[in-house]
Ligand binder design. Structure first.
Ligand code: SAM
Length: 243
C-alpha cells in the first residue's frame, strides 16, 4: 500500500492514523460530504434514531472528530444530561469543540482527549456509547470493544457506525471503482492530500465485514447484537446491549 501498511508494525499504525487525521482535520467536513455525496448525514440520523437516548442520559461519543453525532446527542440528552466528546487526535478534538461551541452547545458537554483502547471512565457509567467511522482506525479493536462494554451501564446501548461490505456483487464492483479512483482524486482536489484519502480507502477495505464485527462484539460481552445495512451495506450500524 502507499503507506506500506502490510510491512509496518501494528503499533506504528496509531502514529500513521494520527498523521492522517491531523492532516485532514481542517477539511474534514467538506470531504465527508463530498466523498459520501451527503449520505453520511442520513447514516448519522439513523444512528441517533436507533440510540434510545433520552433526556438526562449520559452519552460517550468516541472518535468524535468534528462532533456530528455529539451535536445531535447533546440536543437529545438536554440540560440535565451529559455528552462526553472524545478523540485521540488534538486537532480533530479542537475542530469538534469549535464546531459545537459555534452551534451554541455548552453546559451539558465535556471534551476529553481519549484513546478508545483505554477509557479513563468508571465501569457502568454511560447510557449510550457511540463510535462512528472510528473503529476501523483503532489498532486493537477487541480491546476497544471490551472497554466500551466495561463503561456501559447495564441496560445501555453501544452504537458502531462503520463502513462495511456491500451485499450486492455488481454494486460492490461499482463501489470499488468509485472508492479506489474517485476518493483519492477528491482528496487531492479538495485538500491537496491524496495520500491520507488513499489510506482511508484502504482502511475501509481492511475493516471486518458485518458478521465478523457482530461476532467481535459478542466476544467483547455485548448482548443481542444486531446490524442494519445502510446504502446496500456500504455502511453498517451495529447495535449491542449490556445486561
Ligand atoms: N465520528 C466522526 C464522524 O463520524 O464524522 C469522526 C470520524 S473520523 C473518520 C475518525 C476519527 O477517529 C478521527 O477523528 C481520529 O482522530 C479518530 N481516532 C483514530 N484512532 C482513534 C483511537 N484509537 N481512539 C480514539 N479516536 C481515534
Amino acid at each position: 500500500t502507499h503507506f506500506g501498511f502490510q510491512e509496518v508494525d501494528e503499533n506504528q499504525k496509531q502514529n500513521l492514523v494520527a498523521d492522517v487525521f491531523k492532516s485532514v482535520a481542517g477539511n474534514y467536513d467538506v470531504m465527508n460530504d463530498a466523498m459520501s455525496m451527503g449520505l453520511h448525514r442520513a447514516w448519522k440520523w439513523f444512528t441517533i434514531a436507533q440510540s434510545g437516548v433520552n433526556p438526562g442520559n449520559e452519552v460517550l461519543d468516541l472518535a468524535a472528530g468534528s462532533g456530528d453525532l455529539s451535536l445531535k446527542f447533546a440536543a437529545k440528552v438536554g440540560p440535565q444530561g451529559r455528552v462526553v466528546v472524545t478523540d485521540i487526535n488534538p486537532a480533530m478534538l479542537a475542530q469538534g469543540r469549535r464546531r459545537l461551541t459555534d452551534a451554541g452547545i455548552a453546559g451539558n458537554i465535556d471534551y476529553c482527549l481519549v484513546n478508545a483502547e483505554q477509557l479513563p471512565f468508571d465501569d457502568n457509567q454511560f447510557d449510550c456509547i457511540s463510535i462512528s467511522f472510528g473503529l476501523r482506525n483503532v489498532t486493537h479493536k477487541d480491546v476497544a470493544l471490551r472497554e466500551m462494554q466495561r463503561c456501559l451501564k447495564p441496560g445501555g446501548r453501544v452504537l458502531v457506525l462503520e463502513f462495511s461490505q456491500p451485499t450486492n456483487p455488481t454494486f460492490s464492483r461499482l463501489y470499488d471503482a468509485y472508492s479506489f479512483n474517485v476518493i483519492p482524486k477528491l482528496g487531492e482536489l479538495i485538500s491537496n492530500d491524496r495520500d491520507s484519502y488513499q489510506y482511508l480507502v484502504e482502511s475501509i477495505r481492511r475493516h471486518p465485514g458485518q458478521e465478523e464485527l457482530k461476532q467481535m462484539m459478542l466476544e467483547a460481552g455485548f448482548d443481542r447484537v444486531r446490524y442494519h445495512n445502510l446504502t446496500g451495506g456500504i455502511v453498517a450500524l451495529h447495535v449491542g446491549y449490556k445486561y
